[in-house]
Design a protein around this ligand. Structure first.
Ligand code: SF4
Ligand code: SF4
Length: 69
């Protein structure tokens, strides 16, 4: 199964839980600051996201939306 995610960067607090638990290492810490002053994570479309939704489940800020296609 293939998937993709959308990260709401204004909700993200850069805790990196999603990164640590993604089995495909498809999420990385960016050098972008959000309005709250946190470095936020981004999705690497070049990795093979499966749409497993582990990242969304782990995110304490409910900042990740998962799409399966
Ligand atoms: S849905 Fe799964 S594979 Fe895709 S970014 Fe999230 S944890 Fe990684
Ligand atoms: S788990 Fe949520 S709050 Fe933490 S870095 Fe990932 S998207 Fe941001």
């Amino acid at each position: 199964m293939k998937g993709s995610i959308r990260i709401d960067q204004e909700r993200c607090k850069g805790c990196s839980l999603c990164m640590e638990f993604c089995p495909k290492k498809a999420i990385f810490l960016s050098d972008t600051l959000n309005v709250k002053g946190y470095f936020v994570v981004s999705f690497d479309e070049g990795r093979e996201c499966t749409g497993c939704a582990t990242c969304a489940v782990m995110c304490p800020e409910v900042a990740i939306e998962v799409f399966r296609n």
